[in-house]
Design a protein around this ligand. Structure first.
Ligand code: PMV
Length: 313
């Protein structure tokens, strides 16, 4: 028997990094997916296969001894197997660029959690998400949980660490263009960098957090009113705050400026230091923006909000 699940990637529209400190963020899932297929096998082995490599191990290994980006899958499979006399084979197929701030690892954890546990029993979305966040913590222990949550439920949502998520039911008609710097980044090290900033600049960080919190409140109103132009201005403001935190760099700033000069707004998505930026636009302008970035040799694509979230087959 095979079990299959897919989950979307995501963009953090507002509030990355600040969300780790309890400030509300706004996220949406995008129409690029990870699909995970899990299958019980004879023999007690957990084997995982993806474009980035393979991992084959016996169950019950200590997670801290595993040095592989595939270890969240091992964690999930090991937990699901418990004491059953079976092995598991897992195949991963992804359309989401890796290490680019588009939620590829969260989508893997969510789709992996669903596909693996469903081999053994029925499981609710809430429980799938719980296991997915635990699995993500094996590679990034301070995760706010925001990414896995939006990859599970899809759509556009507000999220804060203490109160969880609330779906935004309005369906804004904006379009996003995502541009990849192709500089790989590590979420863990960027979050540590912000922690260092916070330690050295307590008052400044607290003021920025207040500004970000107010900005998110304003944006939630603007989304209801479908005011794309004003939402774009808030994105540019959020980008300024991220630049003060020190998570941008020359290349990202160059990309942001190209985006901002021809759209409603542009900012980093995710932890920064590399990865992607996104540009807020509408259908009629998105071709121009894509052309502008392509003319400058950037990898880019336009994307829409995914309203489905986790899908199981
Ligand atoms: O892993 P990324 O680059 O998609 O970004 C994660 C977002 C952070 O706010 C930086 C961390 C978190 O756990 O929310």
């Amino acid at each position: 028997m095979k079990s299959k699940a897919s989950a979307p990637g995501k963009v953090i529209l507002f509030g990355e990094h600040f969300v780790v400190y309890g400030i509300k963020a706004i996220l949406c899932s995008i129409n690029k997916r990870v699909t995970v297929t899990a299958e019980k096998t004879n023999g007690k082995k957990i084997s995982i296969n993806s474009k980035i490599g393979k991992l084959v191990l016996e169950p019950n290994k200590s997670i801290s001894e595993i040095n592989s980006p595939l270890k969240p899958f091992y964690y999930l499979a090991n937990k699901a197997i418990k004491n059953e006399d079976t092995g598991i084979h897992i195949e991963i197929d992804s359309e989401i660029p890796l290490g680019a701030g588009l939620g590829s690892s969260s989508a893997c954890c969510v789709a992996g959690s669903a596909a693996i546990f469903k081999l053994f029993r029925d499981i609710s979305k809430e429980e799938i998400l719980e296991h997915a966040i635990e699995a993500e913590k094996t590679i990034f222990k301070n995760t706010s949980g925001a990414d896995c949550t939006v990859c599970t439920y899809g759509g556009i949502m507000e999220y804060d660490k203490n109160n969880g998520f609330k779906k935004i039911e309005d369906k804004p008609n904006f379009q996003l263009v995502i541009v990849n710097s192709n500089i790989e980044h590590s979420t863990q090290s960027m979050v540590s960098k912000v922690k260092e900033f916070e330690n050295k600049n307590k008052e400044k960080f607290s003021n920025l957090s207040d500004l970000e919190s107010q900005l998110v409140k304003d944006v939630l109103k603007l989304v209801k009113e479908n005011k794309t132009k004003e939402i774009g201005e808030k994105m540019n403001k959020n980008q300024e705050y991220l630049e003060i935190l020190g998570i941008s760099n020359n290349e990202l700033t160059k990309m942001i400026r190209i985006g901002q000069s021809s759209s409603f707004g542009a900012k980093i998505t995710g932890s920064g230091g590399g990865g992607c930026i996104f540009v807020l636009t509408n259908e009629s302008n998105s071709k121009n923006i894509l052309k502008k970035f392509k003319d400058n040799n950037y990898e880019c694509f336009s994307t829409k909000i995914d309203f489905k979230g986790l899908n199981t087959f």
